[in-house]
Design a protein around this ligand. Structure first.
Ligand code: BG6
Ligand code: MG
Length: 219
């Protein structure tokens, strides 16, 4: 039985990974080194401060800054990132997502956002997505990053739904692990072999139906 679907944001609902990457690249350039797209793969799904550590390591600067300086660097990146997402519109919602969310709602399934980002609310508003979610758990409400199950467990708790009746949609391996640890089934978005532990994999939401979801996860 499926009573609730919990969606990651970055890489599932919208492609904000490109803005995170650009903002980190700008910081790296300011510090005098390159941050390549290949290195950028490692920051997907990772918290802001953990991403900063990955970026600094890429430039051999992991030991150069105090905690206070690191907070200032992360804040600088965040200011730049927010300038990018302030330009987002509903055109940037990934193909098929809006239709699928509407189908779930019509079927009476509860729709929740479960994101590590502290900027999730701003993105939902800019992309006109807020009315499609019954509940939102974002980076402001959790203290432990995926693969810790906290974000999804809190989503289920908020809606008073048992984990076994929840399905998580994720594009990162850490998110699939978090779902499994929360006692939930999962759908891995995109074709990455890293998502092989998901209950089912899905290339994109285009043409995806509730029946196909049930068939894929109710086994
Ligand atoms: C996740 C992204 O959703 O949110 C990560 O995949 C990002 O790349 C993390 O670092 C934290 O985001 P924010 O907006 O709080 O810096
Ligand atoms: Mg993601």
């Amino acid at each position: 039985m499926i009573s609730c679907c919990i969606f990651d944001l970055d890489g599932v609902i919208v492609n904000t990974a490109k803005y995170h990457y650009l903002a980190w690249v700008e910081l790296a350039h300011k510090l005098g080194f390159e941050f390549t797209p290949e290195q950028g793969e490692a920051i997907k799904g990772v918290s802001r401060m953990a991403s900063l550590d990955i970026v600094l390591r890429a430039g051999g600067m992991q030991d150069k800054f105090s905690d206070e300086e690191k907070l200032a660097l992360a804040s600088e990146k965040n200011t730049r990132y927010r300038q990018y997402i302030a330009q987002m519109t509903s055109d940037e919602v990934l193909p098929g997502v809006r239709d699928f969310l509407m189908k779930l709602r019509e079927a009476g399934i509860v729709v929740v956002l479960g994101s590590a980002s502290k900027n999730a609310g701003m993105i939902l508003d800019h992309c006109d997505l807020r009315p499609l979610f019954d509940g939102v758990i974002d980076g402001n409400l959790v203290s432990r990053a995926k693969p810790d199950p906290e974000v999804f467990a809190k989503g289920a708790e908020l809606m008073h739904i048992a984990p076994k009746e929840c399905v998580v949609f994720e594009d990162a391996a850490a998110g699939i692990e978090a779902a499994t640890r929360a006692g939930m089934r999962s759908v891995g978005l995109g074709g990455s072999p890293l998502l092989c532990k998901a209950t089912m994999q899905l290339p994109s939401f285009v043409g995806f139906t509730l029946d196909a979801l049930k068939e894929g996860v109710d086994r």
